[in-house]
Structures are given as C-alpha cells and as structure tokens.
Design a protein around this ligand. Structure first.
Ligand SMILES: Cc1ncc(COP(=O)(O)O)c(C=O)c1O
Ligand SMILES: [Zn+2]
Length: 460
C-alpha cells in the first residue's frame, strides 16, 4: 500500500529506507499546498466481516500498518499478537484496552429532537475519548518498524493540553516510548499532573503577545521563530498556536509526530477511521445525517474518509450528509467552507477542491481572537485537517454548523439526562449541531441521524 499526498500528489512507500512516512516530502518546499500524506487503500481488499469489538483487530485489513507488515513477511497472527501485546500493556496502564461501544439508539433524545437518533459513544474508550484511536494506529506502526529492525524509535512529540495529550501519554507509556508534550501556560493542572504521572515530559509554551518583552519573562527560544525585527523592536509575534510551533521545533530536532493532526502525520487519520467502519457495520442503511465536532479536524476528516471507504466497498449505498460542528468562539472551518462554496459555484466541486488544495492560505488561517467556549476541546485556532473536512462536506452535502454556548450547554445536559453519558461539552457538540439544524429546519422531523459523543466529562 502506498501513501499519496492529497495536496501535491507526492507518493511514498514505507519500507526499511522510509520507516516513518508521516509527512509529505514536499511540505516545506511548497507551503501554499495543503499536504496530507495518506494511505491509498487498495480496491481489491474486501470489507472485513468481523464481529471482534477490538477496532484494531476488526478493521486491520483496511490499515496501512497491516498491509506494510504483510508485505514485509509478517504473518497475520504475528500482527494480531502485536496488537494484543500493546492492548494488554494499555490495560495495565489505563485499566482496560480498546473496544468499540455498540451503537446506542436513544428514544428520549429521538423524541426531544423529533428524529431517529443514534449515538456513537467514545466516553468509555481508552483515555476517555476517541483520540486514543489516532495514537494506537501510530503505536502499531512504530512497533512494526521496530520489530522489522528498520529503525530505532526516537522520542515522540505532541502539542496538546487535553484529551489528545492524555491519550498519547497512555499509549506511549504502554508502548514503552518517551513522549514530549507541548502545553500552553493555562493548561488544566489536573491534566498536567496526570501527564506527569504517566511519565510524559512536559514543555510549557507561552503565547507570544507581540509586545516588547524581557527575555527574562519569556524563554529565549521564543524569539527564535519571530517575525523579522523592525526598527529595533525585540522580534516577537507569530500567528497560531505556540505549542504547535514548539512541537515543530522538536520534530526538526528528530522527534516523531505522535499527534492527532493529519498534516503532521497522515497515518494518524487511519486509527479514527475505525469509528466510521464500526458505524457502517452497525447500520445496514446509512443515516440521513451524521454530526461530527471539529477542532483540528482530524476526527471529521478521518470519519469522512472511513465513510467514503464504506460506500466505495458497497457497505452503504450512499454517504450520510456529514455536518461539522464548531463554536462561535472559533470557526475557521466554517469560514473556509464559505469561501470554498463560492469557488464551487464558480468551478464545480472537483476543480474547487483542487484549487483549495493548492491555495491553502486563501481558505484557512488562524482565528484572530483568543477563543472561548464550554467546548474547549474544539477551540483550535486553525483547522489543520480542513481539506479532508471540506472534501467530506462537499461530497456528502454536509454543512459547517456554528453553534452558540447555550446550545452547547443544552446538548451536554441532554446527553447526561437522557442518555446517561457523562460526556464533556466538546464530546456532545455534535448534538448541539443537530439541535441547531433542527431549529433552523435543515434537519426534518423523522430523519435518521447519528451523533458522535467523543469524550468524557472528566478525562482520566
Ligand atoms: C472529545 C473530543 N471530541 C472531538 C475533538 C475534535 O477532534 P479534532 O481536533 O480532530 O477535530 C476533540 C479534540 O480535542 C476532543 O477532545
Ligand atoms: Zn504534498
């Protein structure tokens, strides 16, 4: 199975000389292009018919790591044993390993929304959210690289202060890998404590305010990536998340991206595609609408990819309309999609998406205001995986939904009261999207709907 950049078309094949095929080789040379190095699934691989609740066993035949292992003479049973070993180690660290929860039909929430509503819950997943899926996919890849003797595994790195960091720390500890986590100054102390307890190395990344500031109050490293100095000012000021900038420095020094952003590591998308596979396998008929919350966009982009894979293989006759939910606090994806729709009217879907892939800055740039929301897990100031998201919306007839705080709070309350799930406002933002589209009449009474409930209220 090869990997192909969805932005520039570059092709890479994993092997002893290319053990870490994570980022497009053209990414630095052509910054105007949106580079995501993603596995190209071979059409002849049949849809797995498995009732194994373990996502990385059930859907292994659709994964790059399985194809890579098999191509280099690893037996299927050895691959399964490797997944089992990792899973056992995760159980030892976290208390249990991976398992797909059955789809929940909620009569009460269906009545409340006047739809036929099903929930996919990740509240009981490893590390309390879907994020662990992204990281488990990467951990399996690294394990194979090591077992095949292709390379030693250097330090791993991630920029996050929430569910992604927790999931990375759990999986990295279980895999016996060193992890560097880049967190902001205002990270939740209880999460930082938990990360430390899991053995992660914590790096605090202050936000540069663009003012003259003393090198004593800001770490020196902070100035190295600033804009060129002007009229004697101390250069300071960079757009976007400072944790991401520090994370990229770590990658430049040789660390591996153990993260949940396809732009940094395309293989991270695969793990979360398993959510879509399970959904497709659980519902004989596709729902009319699927709601996904969007922060950095890896989840929604991965779910979109998984859904289209299920349609391509005839499991579903069509895709549901995939709607993507952001908060009023930060909605860079909705802004980008608005621009794309103008382009679609002008050029058609294919040509507009090709334009978007090669003119990133015309669609996606960091949200200017410092964002706030109860759904703080989806406040990324940039939707890193925006191209996969807009592609999924454009091809499925989905909408970019921007919800207010009241609706987010109501959605969380409803999921707790009516479905008994202790989910966070981020985790229930998908339902907020449904409430919004029901209120505006864009989802009709009686339609079949699915919402992803992606994370628990207090991650552990
Ligand atoms: C619980 C939960 N749901 C959804 C998301 C959004 O995922 P993504 O950043 O891939 O868009 C996050 C991200 O932090 C999350 O923690
Ligand atoms: Zn590329």
């Amino acid at each position: 199975m090869i990997l192909r950049c969805e932005g520039c078309g570059a092709r890479v094949e994993a092997g002893p000389l290319e053990p870490f095929p994570f980022r497009c080789p053209q990414a630095s040379a052509r910054p105007e292009v949106d580079h995501v190095l993603a596995p190209v699934l071979e059409a002849h691989v049949p849809w797995p018919r498995s009732d194994d609740a373990h996502p990385f066993k059930a859907w292994r035949a659709l994964s790059h790591s399985h194809a890579m292992a098999r191509r280099f003479a690893m037996k299927d049973e050895d691959y399964l044993a490797l997944v089992d070993d990792l899973d056992r180690a995760i159980s030892a660290v976290y208390g249990h390993g991976f398992s797909d929860a059955p789809l929940r039909h909620s009569a009460a929430l269906s009545a409340r929304t006047q739809t036929e509503l099903s929930l996919v819950s990740e509240v009981e997943q490893v590390a309390g959210s879907h994020k662990a899926r992204h990281l488990m996919g990467l951990a399996i890849h690294l394990e194979i690289v090591e077992r095949l003797g292709w390379a030693e595994i250097p330090d791993l790195a991630i920029a996050s202060c929430g569910n992604a960091a927790l999931a990375a720390a759990v999986v990295a500890k279980a895999a016996g890998r060193r992890l560097r986590v880049f967190i902001p100054t205002d990270a939740d102390p209880s999460i930082v404590e938990r990360l430390r307890a899991l053995g992660a190395e914590i790096n605090v990344s202050p936000r540069c305010v663009g003012e003259r500031s003393s090198p004593l109050s800001e770490p020196a490293v902070h100035f190295a990536h600033a804009l060129p100095p002007q009229s004697g000012d101390i250069p300071c000021g960079e757009a976007g998340d400072p944790c991401i900038h520090r994370f990229r420095e770590a990658l430049a020094e040789g660390a591996l991206p153990f993260c949940c952003q396809g732009s940094e590591n395309g293989l991270t998308l695969e793990g979360a595609q398993t959510l879509a596979y399970r959904l497709a396998a659980s519902m004989p008929e596709p729902p009319d609408h699927l709601f996904v919350q969007v922060g950095g966009g890896a989840l929604a982009s991965a779910v979109g990819r998984g859904i289209f894979e299920a349609v391509r293989r005839g499991v579903w006759s069509r895709a549901p309309r995939i709607h993507m939910v952001q908060t009023q606090g930060a909605a860079p994806l909705a802004r980008a999609y608005e621009r794309l729709r103008v382009k679609i009217d002008e050029l058609g879907v294919e040509a507009a998406l090709a334009h978007a892939a090669t003119h990133r800055a015309a669609y996606m740039w960091p949200w200017e205001e410092t964002p706030h929301s109860v759904a703080h897990g989806i406040l990324d100031d940039e939707t890193y995986d925006w191209l996969g998201c807009v592609r999924a919306m454009a091809y499925s007839g989905g909408l970019a939904v921007v919800v207010d705080e009241e609706t987010l709070i109501e959605a969380r309350r409803l999921v707790e009261a009516e479905a008994g799930l202790d989910a966070s406002a981020t985790g229930t933002a998908s339902l907020a999207g449904l409430l919004h589209l029901r209120a505006s009449g864009l989802v009709q009474p009686g339609e079949r709907v699915c919402c992803l409930i992606t994370g628990r209220a207090s991650p552990r």
